[in-house]
Design a protein. Structure first.
Length: 244
């Protein structure tokens, strides 16, 4: 018997996370990406072992090829959850990634795992302490609903996005926000306690998108794709049901 050494240089890795908690999802997911070979490890990371046009990169360790340029090959993937707890989505990963170990802390580094958030389906369980919004997202035509829309929760006091959700194929959305204290010191000189946070809910949608959305693209273009926004108040351990 002879031993044969086989070394392969991986091209990157994805980690699917819960969009509410940012925790890794250690559940059986279905990931489809034409031409990409995945290796799912025990840490719930999806390692890219090979990809179209990057065969030369898989064999070079000390001196990866100079072409194509870093981040110029965008590979698309689709991820779905057979259990239905998280909504399906599209995504893009830019390859090749930077193999320089001195750049290990930078976002495009080969040594940085790419986190891909998955948004909860309307029937997904919620946790104690969350602020929850259950919304029906209206379409642009009367009596219709808007599927595959991104719903952003923006805090009025500073304009910071504090949460988001996605509408499903029926136009129903669950938006859950973690980390809102049950009691907050209000503005002013007295011992005022404000238990609610004033926000506005933004509906973001691309009329030219397909049946499966890419939330990252909607987020990046939210200013241009804003359909409408609605004022609301959210609070820890409270569920708000509304039409957007």
């Amino acid at each position: 018997m002879t031993a044969e050494l086989s070394d392969t240089r991986v091209l990157g890795a994805l980690r699917f996370t819960d969009a509410v908690t940012s925790l890794p999802i250690d559940a059986p997911l279905t990931v489809i990406a034409p031409g990409i070979r995945w290796i799912r490890n025990r840490r719930a990371q999806w390692v890219i072992a090979s990809a179209p046009g990057l065969a030369a990169h898989e064999l070079e360790f000390t001196a990866p090829p100079a072409q194509p340029d870093l981040g110029t090959v965008e590979l698309s993937f689709a991820v779905s959850d057979p259990s239905g707890r998280w909504l399906s989505r599209l995504g893009l990963v830019a390859l090749p990634r930077d193999p320089d170990a001195t750049h290990a802390g930078q976002p495009q580094s080969l040594f940085v795992i790419v986190d891909v958030p998955l948004y909860p389906a309307p029937a997904a369980p919620t946790q104690r302490g969350w602020a929850v919004v259950r919304a029906t997202v209206a379409g642009t035509d009367p009596g219709t609903r808007l599927p595959n829309a991104l719903v952003r929760v923006v805090r009025d006091s500073d304009g910071v996005r504090i949460g988001a959700g996605m509408s499903d194929a029926r136009g129903e959305a669950l938006i859950a926000i973690e980390g809102i204290p049950s009691a907050l010191l209000g503005d002013g000189d007295g011992p005022v306690v404000a238990k609610e946070i004033a926000v506005h809910l933004q509906v973001i949608a691309d009329p030219n998108a397909g049946a499966t959305p890419n939330p990252d693209d909607l987020e990046a273009r939210h200013a241009d794709l804003l359909v409408r926004q609605t004022a609301a108040s959210v609070a820890s351990e409270r569920t708000l049901t509304m039409k957007l």
